[in-house]
Every structure is written in C-alpha cells, then in structure tokens.
Design a protein around this ligand. Structure first.
Ligand SMILES: Cc1cc2nc3c(=O)[nH]c(=O)nc-3n(C[C@H](O)[C@H](O)[C@H](O)COP(=O)(O)OP(=O)(O)OC[C@H]3O[C@@H](n4cnc5c(N)ncnc54)[C@H](O)[C@@H]3O)c2cc1C
Length: 404
C-alpha cells in the first residue's frame, strides 16, 4: 500500500498520524516549518489529557477560576467546577512550543515518517494522490504518490485549496506573550480572564491566559475588523495597564482562526481535520481539542474503511462527526452572535455567566466534553435571570466603564 500523507504536523495532524502509525499503517507527516510555534492561547480541557494520553508535564499552569469582564467592567467570577465537584476541575494552560513537538515525536516513535517541507499542490487520481512539495532548504520541487491525504494544515489550508474548496470566513487572533514582574504575576496565579467590549474584541472575547512564567494577552477580530487587530490589542493592554505594569513582551504572534465549519470534510482520497475543516467552536474559539479529536476520528475511519478510499467510504468520518457535534456547533455559533452582538448584549452575557446553573453547565461541557440535560428548575432560573438582565441593560441608561 502507498503511504498516507498527513499535511501539517501540529495538534490535528500529529494526532491523526499517531493513530495511523499505532495501527501499523505507513504514514508520512509533511510539516512546513518544524521550528514555527503556532500562535495560540493554549487553553485546554482536562478531557484532552485523558483522551489523548497527554502527560501532565505539558501543563504550564492550571487555573481554577475565570473572570469575565463586561464592557463596563462589571465582573463575573466563576469557579471552574462542573456539575459535581471533582479533582479534574481546571483549565490547563499549555504552551504550543511544548505540546506540538511532543505530539510529533510520539507519532514518529510509533512509526510515522516526518518530512520538513511545504505542500504546493496535489492531484487526486484513480490510483492515488500525486503530491507536489518542496522540502525545506531545497529549491527543486519533489513529487510523491500517496494513497490518501489528510489535510491538517490549518486555517490557510493548501490541501483545501488544492481540492478546489472555498476559503472559510476567518478572524484574526493576535496575542502578545508578556513576562511580568513577580508581584504582578501573582494576580494571574489561578485565574484566566476574559474581556468583553467592542473596543477590545468585537467578535470574540479578549483574554489573559497565564502560563508558568508569563501571560498570553490577546484578542480576536472578525471579517471586516481584521485590519483593526493591533489597535484592539493596544486597547486591551491600555484597559489592564496597571496589571501589566513592568511587563516585558517577548513574543508577538497572530494567526487566522476559522469562524465557520465546512459542511463537507471528506472527499475521494482526502479528508480535512482541525482548522483546515473549520472545526473551531464558536463563542470560545476553542480549536486544539477539536483538531485532535477530528484528527483521531478521521484516522479511525480510514483504518476502518481501507482499502476503500472512495468518497462514499471516507464520508463516514463526516457523518460520524456531524451526527455527534452538529447541534453543539450550531448552538455555540448562535451563542456567539447572541452574546457578543453588541455591548448591551455583552453586559447580558456577563450577567448570564453569574448564574450558577450556567456556570456549572458551561464547565461540565467544556471540561468533560459531555452535554448534560438541564433540569427544568434550572432552565426556569436561567430564563428568568436572562430576561431580567435584558430588561436592565436595554431599558436603563448604560454605565460608564469602571477602572480595572
Ligand atoms: C491567537 C490564537 C489563540 C488561540 N487560543 C486557543 C486556545 O486557547 N485554546 C484552543 O483550544 N484553541 C485556541 N486557538 C485555536 C487553535 O490554535 C487551533 O484551533 C488549532 O491549533 C488547530 O490545530 P490544527 O492542527 O488544525 O492546525 P494548526 O495548529 O494551525 O497547524 C497547522 C500546521 O500545518 C502546517 N502547514 C500549513 N500549511 C502547510 C503546507 N502547505 N505544507 C506543510 N505544512 C503546512 C503549519 O506549519 C502548522 O504546523 C487559538 C488560535 C489563535 C490564532
């Protein structure tokens, strides 16, 4: 059998390659630049560590609280606790410079081949996929023939482009990593903060995610606002200036984040996973877990259907995915529009986050990736709180932002 090619050896690609290699299949990872660090906040649910067998040493910091700041700087402080309090109630903060090399090395140790090179083009043919790429530091193009291609090459996916697919709507997420003096770092000991406001992040939220020895400060700007990304980040830093005082920026990074999933993510001899498939979820912008999950699912489907690599066979991956997650993607997309649509609504969203039932349900589904039935009493309480908040914020004059 010809090898299976995974394009992109980041979280999604390395997970797919590892699953295939563990099953004893010949697999090649093609990664454009092994020294590149994917711009990312690095927030991960505990479930990722269990499900993908990740060592705890990859966690740079665990946080047990999150603080939501409304546009007028009203705050909702939330304990990271699910329906039942447990040991696994935390958000893990990882650094991609640690996570990605770990996943790649594990796939290689299990038998995957790793080539540092860039995919240029591919052509699906009856007897395989002809792939054109350029190995790093070589001028000549090379070709290889593979059985199937798994496109895990992120938001600007060359694989998707070569398959003739449309570009996805994207937001630009921009982030600075800042080393703070010890006394300032104490503020971020155990909390990740999310900031709402059209002046800091009109389409998502802005964030401060703490790592062991620095904080990642970032925000997102959707279509129509992408040219403003730097200004939005400057506004955020201004908003929290006292808390960042004396900090030293050691890395500035930015990258696209898809804002909408693709309906079709499997084709004849090709599948897309992670950001290439647009599988980031709305409202939170969470993409690492979903890239790993889709990478694993695509690989498992392939293992199941081989040697049949027809579109019909590979579409089983897409069918499994959408059967399981369509409702979640739709709900979170709706919630993103509802919650971040305008600043009054962001105030309502903050109030909603103060509701204990909302907090528990949110963290139950985030941490453990399971949906829970909401008891009708809790539904009534949530509905009442939201309606009361809507009345307050739409009928009463808006308050000015209080100092941080
Ligand atoms: C600023 C920012 C903050 C974020 N914060 C979080 C967060 O806190 N938590 C979270 O869960 N998600 C977060 N995300 C989203 C998360 O980073 C992505 O969803 C996730 O990395 C997607 O993984 P992936 O494997 O699909 O693609 P990527 O991680 O984007 O990897 C794609 C890989 O493909 C390679 N590649 C690209 N083109 C080619 C080519 N032509 N040939 C060969 N290789 C190629 C790239 O070099 C890269 O290694 C954030 C994103 C951004 C931009």
């Amino acid at each position: 059998m010809k090898p299976i090619l995974v394009v992109g050896a980041s979280v999604g690609g390395a997970t797919a390659a590892n699953t295939l290699a563990q099953a004893g299949l010949p697999v090649i990872m093609l990664e454009r630049d092994l020294s590149w660090v994917k711009p990312c906040g690095g927030a991960l649910p505990p479930k990722a560590f269990e499900e993908f067998d990740l060592p705890q040493s990859l966690i740079s910091r665990k946080v047990h609280k999150t603080m939501i700041h409304s546009p007028s700087e009203r705050r909702a402080e939330i304990d990271v606790v699910g329906i039942e309090e447990g040991n696994h109630d935390y958000v893990a903060m990882a650094c991609r410079e640690d996570l990605d090399p770990f996943l790649r090395a594990r796939a290689v140790a299990n038998g995957a081949e790793l080539i540092e090179g860039q995919l240029l083009d591919l052509a699906v043919q009856p007897d395989g996929v002809e792939v054109t790429y350029r190995a790093k530091e070589e001028r000549e193009k090379r070709t290889m023939k593979v059985e199937v291609v798994i496109g895990a090459d992120g938001a600007y996916s060359t694989t998707a482009k070569a398959l003739g697919l449309d570009r996805l709507p994207r937001c630009i997420a921009i982030q600075e990593r800042i080393r703070l003096p010890e006394d300032k770092m104490a503020r971020w000991q155990d909390t990740a903060d999310l900031y709402l406001g059209h002046d800091v992040s009109p389409d998502l939220y802005a964030w401060v995610f703490p790592k062991s020895d620095h904080v990642a400060v970032g925000c997102g700007a959707g279509p129509g606002n992408t040219a403003e990304a730097r200004r939005l980040l400057a506004n955020l830093k201004q908003r929290i200036a006292p808390e960042l005082a004396g900090g030293e920026v050691f890395l500035e990074e930015a990258h696209a984040l898809p804002m909408h999933p693709r309906e079709h993510i499997a084709f004849e001899r090709a599948m897309l996973v992670g950001d290439a498939a647009g599988l980031v979820v709305g409202t939170s912008g969470e993409g690492i877990y979903w890239a790993m999950k889709s990478g694993k699912q695509a690989a498992l489907t392939l293992i199941d259907v081989l040697p049949d690599v027809s579109e019909k066979a590979l579409r089983q991956y897409e069918q499994i995915w959408w059967k399981e997650y369509r409702t979640m993607y739709r709900f979170l997309q709706w919630l993103q529009k509802w919650g971040y649509g305008n600043e009054r609504q962001m105030e309502v969203f903050t109030d909603m986050c103060r509701n204990k039932d909302v907090q528990q349900l949110t963290f139950e589904s985030y941490m453990h990736k399971r949906m829970t039935r909401v008891p009708w009493v809790a539904q009534m309480r949530m509905t009442f709180d939201i309606l009361a908040s809507q009345v307050r914020h739409y009928l009463l004059p808006r308050k000015k932002r209080m100092p941080a």
